[in-house]
Design a protein around this ligand. Structure first.
Ligand code: PLP
Length: 379
């Protein structure tokens, strides 16, 4: 199988699996228990916190383990609103992940005014519009570091500065950026940064939220005082240990500055652009994640392309959401002004460091063959 859908999830790294195994077996004591048998579990959590701190350039005391990106995002929104109950305005962007848009919608249902900033055809928001939208009443600005469908990267440092200047909290959804591009939360200094373990070869159901010292105490779940009182509930020690190992391995890969992923993507872009003159890759002039490309081709349906690739044991995904049998173009592509007919052709190619340049060639050749066949059938 050739797996090129790494923005959906990534395979668990063997080293991460190894790091998890003791906590699925002999080291089962509750990390909060007072006896020595529990200390191994406690140490594993604090080791993983240090490892994640190394990846994110953050102090480990600011990192809270959660069940994934979705929970981290919900916790960030909850804490910001808890800290600023008198403020009633939230700013976010139309291309955010459903978790952020859902939290914004929930806040609107609770009486908040939500500004949903538009993006241009490159997926970029206008910083002047952001500045104009901010006011004394703004509790939270939430902007993702990188988009899961297009890979488009936002200038989050400038956005964090704008939010801070108006006294708002800044949450950055780093679920797609963490483990793929360098970050130093110490210098970037957001108030919240969400991370998802399974996006960088950690286990599913693992994640973290960075919370700055500026954010007052509080928690989404009621219960014990685990995770510095920020996240009640007995820790998933195995998942946390796996996430920590995945984080340190991702950091090593980022530091190597290997060209394997950009080379693979370049092979795909070059081969496809030569063979399919009507094809285009979305947002070519935007800064994008090195592992993500979204391919559009008129006259083909992504669902058909994906099914035919699947027969060849190649996994990619579309930029569309398939709900109750009808294929709806994604909100991201709509926000970028891609016509619905073209958006329905969107194929997302997302690589990881476990992919090879040779695989890239095979993915490109298969895509050309399939798109060519489908496009001629539809003439
Ligand atoms: N945010 C972004 C940008 C994502 O791509 C995802 C996952 O697709 C999430 C949040 C949610 O992460 P999780 O699956 O860990 O809940």
């Amino acid at each position: 199988m050739i797996y090129w859908d790494n923005n959906a999830t990534t395979p668990l790294l063997p080293e991460a699996r190894e790091a998890m195994l003791p906590f699925l077996g002999e080291v089962y004591a509750n990390p909060s228990s007072p006896y020595s048998a529990a200390r191994g579990a406690g140490r594993a959590i604090s080791n993983a916190r240090d490892q994640l701190g190394t990846l994110l350039g953050a102090d480990s005391k600011n990192l809270i383990f959660t069940s994934g990106g979705t929970e981290s995002i919900n916790l960030a929104f909850h804490l910001a609103k808890l800290a600023e109950p008198q403020k009633q305005h939230i700013v976010t962007v139309s291309t955010e992940h459903a978790a952020v848009l859902g939290c914004a919608e929930q806040s609107a249902g609770q009486g908040c005014r939500v500004t949903l900033l538009p993006v241009d055809e490159q997926g970029q928001l206008n910083l002047d519009s952001l500045r104009d939208s901010l006011c004394d009443d703004t509790a939270l600005v939430s902007v993702m570091a990188a988009n899961n469908e297009t890979g488009v990267i936002h200038p989050v440092q400038e956005i964090a500065d704008l939010a801070k200047n108006c006294g708002a909290y800044f949450h950055c959804d780093g679920s797609q950026a963490a483990g793929k591009i360098p970050v130093s939360l110490r210098s970037f200094a957001p108030d919240f940064y969400s991370v998802s373990g399974h996006k960088f070869h950690g286990p599913k159901g693992s994640g973290a939220l960075y919370i700055s010292d500026r954010v007052p105490a509080g928690s989404l779940f009621q219960g014990g005082d685990q995770e510095f009182g920020r996240r009640a509930g007995t820790e998933n020690v195995a998942a946390i240990a796996g996430l920590g190992m995945a984080a340190i391995k991702a950091k090593e890969f980022i530091d190597e500055a290997s060209s394997i992923i950009p080379e693979s993507l370049k092979v795909i872009e070059d081969i496809i652009s030569k063979a399919l003159p009507q094809a285009r890759f979305l947002a070519p002039s935007a800064q994008r994640l090195p592992n993500t490309r979204l391919l559009l081709h008129p006259g083909v349906e992504a669902e058909a392309v994906i099914a035919l690739l699947d027969e060849k044991e190649i996994c990619v995904s579309s930029g569309s959401a398939c709900a109750s049998g009808s294929v709806e173009p994604s909100h991201v592509l709509r926000a970028m002004g891609v016509p619905d007919a073209e958006a329905r052709s969107a194929i997302r190619l997302s690589a990881s460091r476990l992919n090879t340049v040779e695989e890239a060639g095979r993915v490109a050749d298969s895509l050309i063959d399939i798109i060519h066949r489908l496009a001629t059938m539809n003439l």
